[in-house]
Design a binder for this molecule. Structure first.
Ligand code: NAP
Ligand code: MN
Length: 264
């Protein structure tokens, strides 16, 4: 089996990364950055987000597992003290795979012929760097509302505990192949009206955002951000692809939610 280990880059994570590489090589596994069967991330959820984007072209071949060197994470849910146990699992047992839904984002530009396609593990957000964002939102091909406000966040179920949660969105179990649209400070008065509640859309339902004012848009896909003025539309839906996590022991999602937000 081929493996690769990534690190957040701090001393603690780097030391643990080195240790894991040595252990797994001693067990006869091959360290391979190009074509790993398993990628072990050491750091936080952000470290796993980075690794996901690095290997987004081989999601069918690469499984992920995360170790947290800071607080408990949602993707990084193994403790540094458990590293020996995890290494033995990886070396000795065929791992189970758990798949989580992803978000497909297609950005069309006014001045470019070809659209860009992205995959998000957490979310896509659309904001503006000048004043308010005004955009039409179509759901499944039908005009739904004209949004005016700070921005919109479209998240995956596993991303629902990140930015989406800060916006008052619901926490969704990652077994639900869906996406959630939540608002950032919408303007609501007699002239402008939005639904005001987060929306959860199933597979095959598209959410199309068409900017109505000429402002520079900031589009984020997880930790990656781009500013562009010439955006025609942003289309989101549940992706065909999924991310695969290597599962060596049960750690139910709701237990992670409790330990992260409520306490032991
Ligand atoms: P960051 O600014 O370091 O991340 C913000 C926090 O979100 C970190 O504590 C990170 O955990 C945590 N996080 C990431 N994915 C999560 C998930 N699925 N569930 C719960 N918490 C999660 O930037 P980053 O590490 O590159 O992560 C990018 C993410 O930050 C974005 O995808 C977005 O979800 C989130 N974000 C949140 C807000 C907000 O809540 N107001 C604003 C902007 C961005 P680690 O420390 O373990 O990395
Ligand atoms: Mn981070």
């Amino acid at each position: 089996m081929k493996f690769f280990v990534t690190s957040r880059g701090d001393d603690t994570s780097n030391a643990l990364q080195k240790k894991i590489v040595t252990y797994l090589q001693e067990f006869g596994l091959e360290h391979n950055e190009e074509e790993p069967d398993i990628v072990i991330t050491v750091g936080g959820d952000g470290t796993l987000l980075h690794a996901f984007h690095h290997y987004h072209n081989r999601l069918n071949e690469t499984a992920f597992v995360g170790i947290h060197t800071g607080h408990l994470g949602f993707y990084a849910d193994w403790k540094p003290e458990e590293v020996e146990k995890l290494v033995i699992h990886i070396a000795k047992t065929p791992f189970q795979v758990v798949e989580y839904p992803l978000l497909e984002v297609i950005v069309r530009h006014l001045d470019r012929p070809n659209p860009e396609r992205y995959l998000a593990l957490n979310e896509c957000t659309v904001k503006t760097t000048e004043g308010s964002l005004v955009c039409q939102m179509d759901i499944k091909g039908d005009m739904f509302e004209t949004f005016r406000g700070d921005g919109l966040c479209i998240s995956t179920p596993s991303g629902s505990t990140a930015y989406n949660k800060a916006l008052g969105g619901a926490i969704l179990h990652p077994s639900l192949a869906s996406m959630q649209v939540s608002e950032m400070a919408s303007i609501n008065n007699r002239v402008y009206r939005t639904v005001g509640s987060p929306l959860v859309l199933p597979q095959h339902h598209t959410c199309l955002l068409t900017p109505m004012n000429d402002v520079a848009l900031q589009i984020t896909i997880d930790h990656v951000s781009e500013v562009n003025r010439r955006i025609k539309s942003i289309q989101c839906r549940v992706a065909e692809e999924q991310i695969r996590f290597a599962r060596f022991r049960p750690f139910p999602f709701w237990k992670r939610v409790k330990e992260s937000f409520i306490g032991e």
